[in-house]
Design a protein. Structure first.
Length: 294
């Protein structure tokens, strides 16, 4: 048994496809099949179910997957510590981001980090809150930006309290300016982008018995903004998201200053690598400066 075989097994578990996994690891499908057959023969039991639809793990495979991942992580940690001793800081950090963070913060974070640690590879996954949390739970990411509250499986570092704001057409006026109340929102169609439907926005709607308009099935934030600009209704956006979606609309604060809390999450059972620890330090440093300037 070798680290290369463990890595192959973990990759197959993620991809659920032998050929794709072999391609990612730059080996032939036949070599991948031979390696997995040899591993199963050595262990004395089957790890993979193979059929026309792809590859799935057996019960034994599911049982050993976390162990193999832990071995690979420890090997990565060892190599990073060796590099640290030799004065060569290298490694890999996998980080999950949602749209507004990717556009507003990530370029500055990555630019600064690359200057300090040019040998550390950073892999970025952009997705929704649930996607990021799921990948963190399965150790497919080292860290991710999330909206609190989140799973108790994570350690979190609070980064920003991001206000929720009402976005309205230019001819809209609330009854008690400058604030918009839940009662104001009940009087107009509400347009919410599914991709940006934050759990804090969901909670705000539920607590105040607000409902989205059934007339518009909107997927993206930019489309929701366009509908508001066209006078089709109002929407609720986090302040950070609005910074990447400028437009011809009005913005009003909500009456109780509702907000979402953006945090950086890591899996509790997985100790950050040296490269990961440096990235966490960099993010905190950049965001402390951001908060001061905001």
């Amino acid at each position: 048994m070798s680290l290369a075989t463990y890595k192959l097994f973990c990759t197959i578990a993620e991809q659920k496809n032998m050929a794709q996994s072999a391609e990612l690891l730059h080996i032939t499908p036949s070599a991948a099949t031979h390696a997995m057959n040899s591993l199963e023969k050595t262990l004395g039991f089957t790890l993979l179910n193979r059929d026309r639809r792809g590859v799935t793990l057996t019960a034994y495979g599911e049982m050993l997957l976390p162990r193999f991942r832990a071995i690979l992580q420890e090997e990565e940690n060892l190599q990073e510590e060796i590099s640290q001793i030799n004065g060569l800081e290298k490694g890999c950090v996998r980080i999950g981001v949602f749209d507004s963070v990717c556009t507003s913060w990530l370029p500055t974070i990555l630019g600064s980090f690359k200057k300090k640690y040019p040998r550390i590879e950073v892999q970025v996954y952009q997705g929704g809150y649930q996607d990021i949390e799921d990948k963190l739970k399965f150790a497919l990411l080292d860290m991710g930006f999330v909206s609190l509250p989140t799973s108790d499986q994570f350690n979190t570092i609070t980064l920003l309290h991001d206000r929720l704001l009402c976005v309205a057409p230019q001819d809209y006026f609330p009854k008690t300016p400058p604030y918009v109340t839940p009662n104001d929102l009940r009087q107009v169609p509400l347009i919410i982008a599914k991709r940006g439907y934050d759990r804090n926005i969901s909670d705000f709607f539920e607590q105040n018995q607000l409902f989205c308009s059934q007339q518009h099935n909107i997927a993206s934030e930019s489309s929701a903004i366009a509908m508001v600009e066209a006078g089709m209704g109002c929407s609720i956006f986090p302040e950070l998201a609005l910074k990447i979606h400028p437009g011809n609309y009005k913005v009003f604060p909500l009456i109780n200053n509702e907000y979402r809390t953006i945090a950086l999450a890591t899996l509790k059972e997985k100790r950050p690598s040296l490269a990961g620890s440096k990235m966490i330090q960099e993010i905190r440093s950049i965001l402390e400066t951001y908060s001061t300037l905001s």
